[in-house]
Design a protein around this ligand. Structure first.
Ligand code: ADP
Ligand code: ASP
Ligand code: MG
Length: 815
């Protein structure tokens, strides 16, 4: 005999029930079957709601009853031929009338006892099992219906009644000894007290019903048919990368289900474990998938951790004070109080100092527990020996589970450092002596991030997922997205980094996609996006709370640079090509750096100087290895270099500046480049990265632009002014030619002083032959004394800047 249980989604509607009937029909060809069914999906919740409303004198319960009635009548009509329907429909209506009468009673009395609640909740399974049994009889007459309440007897602990196995086992065995039908269909979840009152086995309890019958009958196998391909390495609704576990032991499955893997109701394992009956978890919607086999000794797949699970809606209660130390019996009293209040303790930790004891319970039990504990320790609290109980709500327990964990060192270290790196605060930790389970209590808002990052670390060959929030999709931004798109496969396969763009924004629109925006047609998606609101952008990034989140600023906007602080405080890394933050007030620069350290969120800005050239990274490495920078000489403006390299007798200054803009070498406002401000910002950043404190005002700017050009209010006027002052620029060129030198805009730092300005560079200088839009930097340091460390290459342009941003993102991926 095999016992099959079909859950709520498997029997959600007529269409799904047809799949169930097909599975049953096929299986019945080989085995005698007991089929246990849940209520139609959501019906138990609806019954719960209706009962609560009725007890609160809210007429709204009638609408819910109508909804329940419609759901069942519709299902029945679709499953049974019209000619056979009438008596069955009347029967369902009678059941619904009975339900409504009970709810009317609650409504009139304004009361709902646990006993009445159980009777009301039982209607879900009573209705579903009746309809399914009737539907199966259309296929085969070899199926009978049996009310589980006649077989499973419990105590009077309504809502989670305790089964009397002695009596129930005998009743079940006697019944099946007489009933020789090929198929028996029964409602799950419901049972009966010894004096004949309906009880229930706890939410999700249909699994248990099936296990009780399987245990009593020594069934060959218990099959739990549900809506997923088995027990997964983590809840598949939260962790997209989770995989079904092929084999798992009873103990591991029990730990996972106790710690929230809802796919199996925790008590289910006990009745079958005693008889060594395998449990097979299967998917009604994909019956060919292997599913998960739960047995006594599951073959190992070599991995230490078998699965990760979590329970949310947890509260931590801490009882502490000097009065606890060395006083035997404090914990006994604490647990007695909780047991008396029927409060289930899910998690316990006690430091060896015995100064405090910490327990995890459901949020819904917290107030009750707090009151009871404070009352029980009233005397000690009055004497200041123990503090009143501290309650922290809205937490969550996450647990790593695996039989094999005891044979591996360093798992808890790996677990906690993974969480720590993602700024998941751990409130409490517990590890059972069996070492089959390591659990931690964290904030509920971090659960998705924690589960995914742990899953990534323990199950995904160390693939790291980076979640990008990109602001600014101009020339550089567009190239950046293009590069990510084309490198995605390589990054995943070779570097084991999975880069996803979660948000994109320009100044007008923004879009979000938690699963990653498709980079093929992002432009059209962005055009259709919602209005861009920076505060909302931050709020969404925070709310999504994804692991390894990175804010990528590809704008040149001051207000965007003011957002960094908020991101870093959310442990969201910042990668930027925007120089404004790092060249703003020194205190602000320092603050961002220290926030980055404090919140474990990288703050990288390699492209602030020399676009994609590895200049800042090099300075960082010099300083970290103990070198000291004394002097910097550099041509740091790709655009000015391009301009002065192309400015000659045949190309006017105005035309060359225009061309530099067209090719994307200048800032959107070319005055920022030509005034020397941009170069001043860059040298300032290099100076700061070299460990010196300096402000932008401390840098002497020997501007070559006539005052009138500087004063123009917009790009159009600026370009006009370049024509007006053409002779000024021609004179500069003439002078350079006369001196057999070239014009270069040079930044320098020496003896604590810095300046930027146009210089006539003679032939023998390393800057003389600087081509096109190249940059060059010479660092004179303790170690590079005579021959400076030289970095040279293209220092402007969308593609190289994008690749520099890309490199910063990958640096974060490699941390
Ligand atoms: P049923 O109605 O069939 O009893 P449940 O909703 O009770 O189904 O259980 C199945 C659900 O359990 C899945 O849809 C999934 O969302 C959830 N679940 C949570 N953790 C796990 C896990 N580790 N493996 C599989 N499913 C899980
Ligand atoms: N219908 C009950 C519930 O929703 C029992 C079950 O589905 O297992 O909790
Ligand atoms: Mg279930």
């Amino acid at each position: 005999m095999k016992v099959l249980k079909f859950g709520g989604t498997s029997v959600a509607n007529a269409q799904n029930i047809k799949l169930v009937l097909e599975i049953v029909k096929q299986k019945a060809e080989k085995d005698k079957l007991v089929v246990v069914v849940s209520a139609l999906s959501k019906v138990t919740d609806l019954l719960h709601l209706a009962a609560a409303k009725a007890a609160e004198n809210d007429e709204g319960f009638r609408d819910i009853v109508a909804e329940i009635e419609k759901k069942h009548l519709d299902t029945l009509k679709e499953l049974i031929p019209v000619s056979e329907q009438s008596s069955l429909l009347s029967h369902v209506k009678r059941i619904i009338n009975h339900l409504e009468t009970l709810l009317d009673g609650c409504f009139l009395l304004g009361e709902l006892s646990p006993r009445t609640a159980d009777t009301i909740l039982s209607f879900g399974e009573l209705l579903s099992s009746y309809i399914i049994a009737q539907a199966y009889q259309q296929i085969s007459k070899d199926a009978v219906y049996k009310d589980s309440r006649e077989l499973i007897k419990t105590n009077n602990d309504f809502s989670k009644a305790v089964v009397n196995f002695e009596i129930s086992d005998v009743l079940i065995q006697e019944y099946f000894a007489e009933n020789q039908s090929r198929i028996t269909i029964l409602p799950g979840f419901i049972a009966q007290t010894l004096d004949g009152i309906t009880s229930t086995l706890g939410r999700g309890g249909s699994d248990y019903t099936a296990a009780i019958i399987a245990g009593a009958m020594n069934a060959e196998q218990l099959e739990i048919w549900t809506d997923v391909n088995g027990m997964f390495t983590a809840n598949p609704k939260i962790v997209k990368q989770a995989q079904p576990i092929a084999n798992i032991s009873y103990q591991e499955a029990m730990e996972l289900s106790h710690f929230g893997a809802k796919v199996l109701y925790p008590p289910t394992i006990q009745p079958v474990l005693r008889k060594n009956i395998p449990i097979l978890i299967k998917n009604t919607f994909e019956p060919k998938a292997d599913g998960t086999l739960i047995t006594n000794q599951a073959p190992s797949n070599g991995a230490a951790v078998r699965g990760i699970s979590h329970i949310d809606h947890i509260s931590l209660l801490t009882l502490e004070g000097p009065g606890m130390i060395g006083v035997s019996g404090s914990s006994k009293r604490l647990f007695e109080v909780l047991s008396h209040e029927k409060i289930n303790v899910i998690f316990i930790t006690q430091a060896s100092s015995e100064h405090s004891i910490c327990i995890g319970i459901l949020n819904s039990d917290a107030e009750n527990a707090e009151e009871a504990i404070n009352k029980a320790f009233e005397v000690e609290i009055l004497q200041n020996k123990i503090d009143p109980c501290i309650v922290e709500k809205d937490l969550c327990i996450i647990a790593l589970v695996g039989e094999n964990m005891k044979n591996h060192q360093g798992l808890s270290g790996r677990m906690f450092s993974t969480l720590g790196k993602n700024n998941v605060n751990i409130r409490a930790i517990a590890q059972g002596a069996s070492e089959r389970n390591i659990s931690a209590v964290i904030n509920e808002r971090d659960v998705k991030k924690a589960l995914n990052t742990l899953h990534e670390n323990f199950f995904e060959e160390n693939t790291k997922q980076l979640n990008l929030f990109v602001m600014g999709v101009g020339n550089v931004g567009e190239k950046f997205i293009e590069q990510i798109h084309s490198q995605k496969k390589f990054l995943k396969e070779v570097l084991k980094i999975n880069v996803r763009v979660i948000a994109l924004s320009n100044s007008r629109k923004m879009i979000f996609d938690e699963d990653g925006i498709s980079l093929k047609d992002w432009q059209s998606t962005l055009d259709k996006g919602e209005a861009a609101i920076p505060t909302e952008f931050i709020a969404r990034a925070k709310e999504l709370n994804l692991r390894n989140s990175i804010f990528v600023d590809i704008t040149a906007n001051a207000s965007v640079s003011e957002m960094y602080e908020k991101f870093l405080k959310e442990s969201i890394a910042v990668v930027t090509c925007n120089k404004i933050a790092c060249s703003s007030a020194y205190d602000n620069y320092k603050k961002l750096k220290s926030l980055s350290r404090q919140y474990n969120a990288p703050f990288l800005f390699e492209t602030n100087v020399g676009a994609g050239l590895p200049i800042i990274d090099t300075v960082k490495n010099l300083i970290a290895s103990g070198d000291k920078v004394h002097k910097i000489q550099a041509v740091l403006s790709g655009s000015l270099n391009f301009i002065f390299n192309n400015f000659d007798e045949n190309n006017s200054f105005h035309d060359v500046v225009k061309e530099a803009g067209v090719q994307g070498f200048t800032e959107p406002d070319p005055k920022i480049d030509l005034s020397g401000i941009d170069v001043a910002r860059k040298i300032l950043i290099l100076i700061r990265e070299s460990g010196y404190q300096m402000e932008i005002e401390d840098i002497e700017n020997l501007s070559f632009l006539p005052g009138e050009c500087m004063k123009t209010a917009n790009n159009e006027d600026f370009f006009k002014s370049l024509i007006t002052h053409a002779s000024h620029f021609e004179n500069l060129l003439k002078e350079a030619n006369e001196k057999e030198s070239r014009l270069k805009f040079v930044a320098q730092f020496e003896n604590g002083k810095a300046s930027v300005g146009l210089q006539f560079i003679p032939k023998d200088h390393p800057f003389y032959n600087l081509e096109g839009k190249d940059n060059i930097v010479l660092f004179y340091t303790d170690r590079y004394v005579d021959q400076p460390l030289l970095i040279k290459g293209a220092g402007a342009g969308a593609a190289v800047t994008a690749s520099g941003i890309f490199a910063d993102v990958i640096r974060i991926g490699n941390i």
